[in-house]
Each structure stands twice: as structure tokens, then as C-alpha cells.
Ligand binder design. Structure first.
Ligand code: 87F
Length: 722
């Protein structure tokens, strides 16, 4: 027998206290509308709903995976469209047995509230689809039968969502825009255009809208790309945008960037670098002054060609980097060696119209970065700076993001073509076994100063002859790619895991241990204790928040903050308070410990430092175990295939690098792909690490390159990469 009272009290606990309206039995929607029209106590504006239960075609051996659709009565809920949205085949109405066995309800009495009656062993298989129009229409209340057809409750979209969230284990919830679906299929039918005509980003935007309801469901090992997208969107770090390759960095993600900015900005300031801002537009004349190296990059340059409907007299490029923008002004501003060094940096966004598959943070068409550009009198000074900046990049990764990196210099093939030498910090994504360039610091030599005529007079020269000396330049950049690397390395199947130094909220305080029997007095005591802990931690400089929302269970709050990567949770319950303590739960390793209220500030700070350190050591241990010394070619591809990077004795010849790439790509191996995820890409050199293996050390003239047999010069780090 349906327990209407329990339901009403549940809705009450979610903050919805209006009693159900009683009426004569309604067997169908028409009758429902009729009986309501005569009832008293109706809200002024409401929508009647339908709740439908479908079942996909599935093998008998699999457990039943029903789909509950909650929609406005007026909404056209085609099973085909729902199936397409959920990627399920052949949706049919569920049988009476399914209604009875799984939802303990019968035809005619189905409502969202039947979800609470699903036995625990089935809950994980149930999918829920909510009609977006119900949630969007905030002017109207939503009408449901509370398990019996003689009453109606009217609730808000917010309460409906809270109710669904409060059901333990129910995590497959999709918000579906039926209106957009039927509009787009109508247009498609009318135009008979191929599917490709649909904007590619649209379904993702939709998925992201519904995502705020959910935790992460994809597994990191099982489906890494899906996992990465879910972690970013469901943690609310990032959202999709309707220009392909462009993304919204939401406050949680932007906070991480600001922490990086703050740290790096202080670092470069103490090296004497000053911030500035140059325009984002570059005329073609100026861009092409640097033809040689721009040539390879030209396809990625985006141009503005119109203002309103009028063509611009001269198209303007949007900066992909600012060498050509800045260096004419270096020539203007630098007159004497006394004007050196000139050290400037700008924080800005750049645009590179990539055609390869975009990936949030890792490869995007517009991204945020800093670009530093300096001019020095001597090569030595410039080289010192190149290394100082690289050390700062390493510290951003290791000290802030808890991400270990390998420092080194790029091969001739991989260096920035406009410069003399490129130094780099290389990261590693264990799940895919691929390396990733983390930031580069270039010694440009006198290449650009010759092109842009950035010269000073020789201070040693006499009045008579005044030879000009070209300055030695550096440029260096670090982008929001840092954030993507951090997410990929630390995230887990529950979502984001943030290192404390970059977490917007470092500690979340959650009241728990309250039951329906708890008195108001108990509730107040716990809430006050949470606020007190929050205030004490804030005073001590810890970024702490309490989650005192009343319409959510502690379990819901735990997952809410776990998805968002908060490093430390403090649970405050009556029993803890009796012992003058709280329970701490770490996000990185789930360790629980009782923490005394006495000296809490110190204990929390120590624990945050410990979390930061543990995250780095763990990532470093993984990196160390996945960089393999490979001393013969036969071991090279198998090592890559086991998701490792390789350190090989190498001749450093470009031709050999090309051969390594060819010989390690799947096509040339003649392998049939075992599955779509099998690695196909060839390996490239990531860097020549500064720290060279010593056992065995390279013996000049003796140690041979493992690919071509010529003399090896150094060990090189090779791997598949992003
Ligand atoms: C894309 C289009 C046009 C990279 C591009 O690494 C030009 C370029 O010059 C381009 N992609 N690059 C190289 C950037 C070199 C350098 N610039 C300053 C950096 C760090 C910051």
C-alpha cells in the first residue's frame, strides 16, 4: 500500500509543506483536469504531468534497466527521441510486472514518487528523464499524484530535483529538451539535410545542462574521454559553448588559474619582469614580417575580415602569440644598452584555429596564457632567464598542482622554429600513457632582433665607429592547459580531486548524524558548531565553508563536494561534539580520522599540507614507474604499448626522429587495431632531459642510438603525446 503520508512528510523535509489537494479519483489526464477544476486550494498556475516507464530491448540475462520519463502532459515524448538521447535501442512501455516488481505500482498510478519504492538492488539500473520545460517554467507549479489518484501535490521544479537527488543510488538522471528535439527533427524532416548539418556542439550543451544534477558515472579507466568531460562539467569547472573548440571556464576552474597567476606573477616580478598589455589584433603586414616561422602556423591564424556587413580595408589577424606584435616596439624603446634588460609579460588569451579534435583545456581554439618577452645584452643573461622561468614553471606544476614534470630541452625538430633553443617541462598522463608539453621557455638568440632590428650601440666602441649589437631575446609561455593536466592526473571515479593549494574551498564542513527524531535544539547545536569551525578556520587563513542546506541529506552533500574535488571534509555530528571533536575525511585517499576541536586550526593546516604532499608523491611514484630505460629497439614499441614513456640513447638526428615516429605508429607496424582505443600514434621526442640517467651512462663514441645505430649523444625522452 502506497504510503502517502511518508511521501508528504518527505516533501516537507525538502522544504515543501503545502498539503495535497484531495479530489475524486482520476483515471486519466482528462479526468484529472476535470476533477481539479472543481477542487479548492489550487495554485494559480500549474502544469499537469505524465510519468511514463519504458524498458529498452535487452538480453534476458541482463538486469532490467527501466527508463522513467517525467514530462509535462503537453510534451510530445517520443520513445524514439528518448532512446536516441540515452543511446538505448527500442524503447517500449514497461510491462505490468516491471511496474509491480520494480516500482511497486500499477498502470495509472505511476509518478516520480514511485522511484522511492524501487528496491536497492534495482536503483542503480533505473534511468530518469526529466522534461526540461518543467524545470524552466518557474512560474508554474508541477502537479503529480502522490501515489494515489485521489490527491494531487503541486511542487516546484527545484523540489522535484531535490526529491530525485535524495534517492540513494539513483544517479542516471538526464534533463531532456523535448521541444528542441522535436523542433530539430521537424526541421531535419523538412530539409532532408544530412545529420552533419546539425551544429556539433548542441548535444553537449544539452548534456551539460542536465549534468548539474549528477555525479560522475563514467569510469576513468573504462572510458577516459567521457570521464574527463564529465569531471569537468559536473564539477562545474567548465562548460561547453556553442563555438566548437571554445569552452567556458567557470569560477571553480578560474580560481585554479588565478592561483597559478598569483604564484607565477610574484615569481617573475622578483626576476624584474613587468606586466603590460598589447592589442589582440595584428595587421597582415606585421604578422608576415616574420614569414619564415609563421609559414607553418599560418593555417591556424584566425582573421577578422568584416565590421558589420562591410569588409575591412585590411583584414586583421587575432594574435596566436605576440612576437610580431611586440618586437617592433622593442626596436622603438631600446636605444642603448642602458635600456637593457627589457623584461615584459602579458596575461591574455590567444587564438589558434586548430583543426584537430579539441579537448577542454588541452587543445582549445582560444586559451588563456601568459607570454613573457625579454631582451638582454648577453646570451648568458638570456640563458639564465630561460632557466629561471623554466624552474618557475616546474614549481607551478609541482608545488601548486602536485604534478611532477620532467625538465629538458627540445630536439631540433620539436623546438620553436623561430628560436635557437626551447626548454620545456613535460608532464605525463598515466591513464593514456601519453606525455604532454606543460610549458616552454625559449632562447631566441638574435633571430628576432635581426628581423625587427632591435639593436643597441656597443658600449665599448669609440665615438667614430658605432657598431650595432643585436640583443639576445627570450620568450616563454604557460597556459590553462595546466588545469587539464592536473584534472587528468588527480581526478578519480568520484570526480575532481583538487590539490589544497589551488582549491577554492579547501575544507567543507557538513552537519550529520541528525535524524527525524532530532530536536530543533540538537539541529541548532550542530549548525552553530559548523559555523564556529568555519569561522575559526577562516580566521586561520583556511578556505573553509559549511554546507547547512536543509533540503539535502549528508550523503548527497558528500558526493556534491567530492565531485567538486574539495580536499578535506569535516563531519560534525552530536556524538563528535560530545567528544569535542569532528570527523575528517580526505578526498585524495578517503582516510577518516577523528580530529579534536582543541587546536583544530593547526591540525587542519597540517592535514592540508599532508594532502598536497601525498598527491605529489603519489603522482611522482607513478611517473617514475612509467618512464622506462629502453636500451634496444625491440623493447621500444612494447614499452609504449604498456602506457610508458621511454628514455633511449639517441643520436639526436631529425631523420632518425622521423623514422622513430614512423616505426612506432600502428600503420607501419602492420597491426590490425584490437579495438578503437588501441594506440595508433607514433612516438615523438618529448625532450632531452637535463637529468640524464647515469646507469648506464652514455659513453661518447661507444653507446649507439637504439634506432639507427649511429653514435648516441644523450638520452632522450620519447613517447606518444598530446
Ligand atoms: C600558431 C599560429 C601562429 C605557436 C602558433 O611558445 C604562430 C604560432 O608562433 C607560434 N603557435 N607559435 C610559437 C609560440 C612561441 C612562443 N611565444 C611566446 C611560446 C611562448 C610564448
Amino acid at each position: 500500500m502506497a504510503d502517502v503520508n511518508a511521501l508528504v512528510s518527505k516533501l516537507g523535509s525538502l522544504g515543501f509543506n503545502d498539503p495535497p489537494v484531495e479530489h475524486a479519483a482520476a483515471e486519466n489526464v482528462q479526468q484529472w483536469a476535470d476533477v481539479l477544476s472543481g477542487a479548492a486550494g489550487l495554485p494559480s498556475n500549474y502544469v499537469l504531468t505524465k510519468s511514463l516507464i519504458f524498458k529498452p530491448k535487452q538480453p534476458k540475462s541482463e538486469s532490467i534497466a527501466p527508463v522513467v520519463v517525467i514530462a509535462a502532459n503537453e510534451t510530445e515524448t517520443s520513445p524514439k527521441a528518448i532512446g536516441a538521447e540515452l543511446k538505448l535501442k527500442d524503447l517500449r512501455f514497461a510491462s505490468d510486472e516491471v511496474l509491480k516488481d520494480i516500482f511497486q505500482t500499477a498502470k495509472g498510478s505511476v509518478s516520480p514518487f514511485a522511484l522511492a519504492q524501487v528496491p536497492q538492488e534495482h536503483v542503480g539500473n533505473v534511468r530518469v528523464v526529466i522534461d526540461k520545460s518543467l524545470l524552466d517554467n518557474t512560474d508554474a507549479l508541477i502537479a503529480f499524484h502522490p501515489l494515489v489518484n485521489t490527491r494531487t501535490v503541486f511542487i516546484t521544479g527545484e523540489t522535484l530535483q531535490s526529491y530525485i537527488r535524495s534517492i540513494d543510488g539513483l544517479d542516471k538522471v538526464t534533463v531532456m529538451d523535448f521541444a528542441a528535439q522535436s523542433a530539430s527533427s521537424a526541421t531535419a524532416a523538412a530539409n532532408k539535410k544530412p545529420a552533419a548539418a546539425k551544429p556539433a556542439a548542441a548535444p553537449k550543451v544539452e548534456e551539460a545542462t542536465g549534468a548539474s544534477l549528477l555525479g560522475v558515472t563514467a569510469s576513468k579507466e573504462g572510458d577516459f574521454p567521457k570521464w574527463y568531460n564529465q569531471v569537468l562539467t559536473r564539477s562545474e569547472m567548465l562548460d561547453y559553448y556553442d563555438v566548437s573548440g571554445c569552452y567556458i571556464v567557470r569560477p571553480l576552474g578560474y580560481f585554479v588559474w588565478q592561483q597559478i597567476q598569483e604564484f607565477f606573477d610574484a615569481g617573475i616580478r622578483s626576476l624584474g619582469v613587468r606586466n603590460c598589455y598589447f592589442p589582440m589584433f595584428v595587421s597582415s603586414r606585421v604578422l608576415e614580417r616574420e614569414k619564415d616561422h609563421i609559414e607553418g602556423f599560418a593555417p591556424e591564424v584566425a582573421w577578422v575580415t568584416k565590421a558589420g556587413s562591410k569588409d575591412l580595408e585590411e583584414p586583421l589577424a587575432i594574435r596566436p602569440t605576440s612576437e610580431t606584435v611586440m618586437y617592433p616596439y622593442f626596436a622603438k624603446w631600446i636605444r642603448s644598452y642602458r635600456d637593457l634588460p627589457l623584461k615584459i609579460n602579458q596575461w591574455c588569451s590567444v587564438v589558434r584555429w586548430e583543426f584537430k579534435n579539441p579537448q577542454p583545456f588541452l587543445r582549445t581554439r582560444e586559451f588563456l596564457w601568459q607570454e613573457g618577452h625579454c631582451a638582454h645584452f648577453t646570451k648568458d643573461e638570456a640563458m639564465t632567464e630561460v632557466h629561471d622561468i623554466l624552474a618557475l614553471y616546474r614549481r607551478v606544476y609541482e608545488e601548486l598542482l602536485a604534478v611532477p614534470v620532467i625538465e629538458g630541452v627540445k630536439s631540433e625538430k620539436e623546438k620553436f622554429a623561430g628560436g635557437v633553443a626551447t626548454t620545456t617541462v613535460e608532464g605525463f598522463i598515466p591513464t593514456t600513457g601519453r606525455g604532454i608539453q606543460g610549458g616552454t621557455s625559449h632562447y631566441l638568440g638574435q633571430n628576432f632582433s635581426k628581423m625587427f632590428n632591435v639593436v643597441v650601440e656597443d658600449p665599448e666602441s669609440t665615438e667614430a665607429e658605432r657598431p650595432k649589437i643585436h640583443v639576445h631575446q627570450t620568450s616563454w609561455g604557460l597556459s590553462t592547459r595546466t588545469i587539464g593536466v592536473m584534472v587528468m592526473i588527480h581526478g578519480d571515479d568520484k570526480g575532481l580531486v583538487l590539490p589544497p593549494r589551488v582549491a577554492e574551498t579547501q575544507v567543507i564542513i557538513i552537519p550529520c548524524g541528525l535524524t527525524v527524531k532530532s530536536s530543533d535544539e540538537d539541529r541548532r547545536r550542530i549548525a552553530d558548531a559548523c559555523l564556529n569551525v568555519e569561522a575559526r578556520l577562516k580566521m586561520a587563513g583556511v578556505r573553509a565553508e559549511s554546507d547547512l542546506r536543509e533540503n539535502y541529506t549528508p550523503g548527497f552533500k558528500y558526493s556534491h563536494w567530492e565531485v567538486r574535488g574539495v580536499p578535506l571534509r569535516l563531519e560534525v555530528g552530536p556524538k563528535d561534539l560530545d567528544k569535542q571533536s569532528v570527523l575528517s575525511v580526505r578526498r585524495d585517499n578517503a582516510d577518516k580520522a577523528s580530529m579534536s576541536l582543541d587546536g583544530l586550526e593547526e591540525s587542519v593546516k597540517i592535514m592540508l599540507i599532508n594532502i598536497q604532499d601525498t598527491m605529489l608523491s603519489k603522482a611522482r611514484a607513478t611517473l617514475d614507474s612509467r618512464v622506462k630505460l629502453v636500451l634496444k629497439w625491440e623493447d621500444f614499441v612494447p614499452t609504449l604499448n604498456s602506457k610508458c614513456l621511454t628514455l633511449i640513447p639517441w643520436c639526436e638526428r631529425e631523420e632518425c626522429e622521423d623514422q622513430i615516429k614512423d616505426r612506432s605508429s600502428r600503420d607501419s607496424l602492420g597491426d590490425e587495431p584490437e579495438d578503437d582505443k588501441a594506440p595508433s600514434m607514433g612516438a615523438k621526442s618529448l625532450c632531452l632531459p637535463f637529468k640524464q640517467p647515469e646507469n648506464p651512462a652514455i659513453v661518447p663514441g661507444e653507446t649507439k642510438c637504439i634506432q639507427c645505430g649511429e653514435n648516441a649523444k644523450r638520452y632522450a625522452l620519447f613517447g606518444r603525446s598530446y
